[in-house]
Design a protein around this ligand. Structure first.
Ligand SMILES: CC(C)(COP(=O)(O)OP(=O)(O)OC[C@H]1O[C@@H](n2cnc3c(N)ncnc32)[C@H](O)[C@@H]1OP(=O)(O)O)[C@@H](O)C(=O)NCCC(=O)NCCS
Length: 143
């Protein structure tokens, strides 16, 4: 699926896609901003290929991926949103909201959607009807 959303004047038009067709590591630079151990673009692409659902935001002027969200699901009961990120230069323009909205539409047949996030992001995810819950995590390497 391929949808182009209207953008503010001065910001490039963003196309939202739900497949990895034509996506190469070169389109995936600049993500994992602020991570101590950021994934390289080729690892990022492998991560997206290993996901059950992905939505990408693409700058139509450069073909560069400027935001993405990925999820794993059993197809019935549960889905876990593994990563959501918008490149810093594209934040605050509605891209994160559009990615989450599209991903939740793609997971509309799944009963429970989960993700882990820092406390500061609770208000962002609450916009989609999500509520805080406790969880456990084993990090083999600090992000
Ligand atoms: C979190 C993130 C995906 C949001 O994407 P974004 O494109 O900047 O967000 P949007 O512009 O779509 O914001 C939509 C709305 O949510 C609000 N919002 C954005 N981030 C927020 C936050 N951390 N807390 C509360 N509200 C937030 C915006 O103010 C906006 O509100 P408005 O519609 O009333 O103006 C982005 O900041 C990001 O990539 N951060 C770094 C990676 C990260 O933290 N990912 C989440 C891992 S769990």
């Amino acid at each position: 699926m391929d949808r182009t959303a209207p953008s503010d004047p001065g910001t490039p038009p963003i196309r939202y896609v739900e497949s990895l067709d034509s996506i190469e590591p070169a389109h995936l630079h600049g993500f994992f901003a602020g991570w101590r151990h950021p994934f390289a673009p080729d690892e990022h692409l492998r991560m997206l290929e290993g996901s059950d659902r992905v939505v990408l935001a693409i700058d139509t002027e450069t073909a560069r991926v400027v935001g993405f969200v990925a999820a794993l699901t059993d197809g019935v009961q549960g889905a876990f949103i593994t990563l959501l990120e918008v490149l810093p230069a594209f934040q605050g323009q509605g891209v994160g909201q559009a990615l989450m909205t599209r991903m939740l539409e793609r997971l509309s047949d799944i009963q429970t959607i989960e993700l882990m996030c820092d406390a500061g992001l609770v208000p962002f995810y609450a916009r989609f009807g999500m509520t805080p819950a406790s969880g456990m995590v084993l990090r083999r390497r600090e992000p």
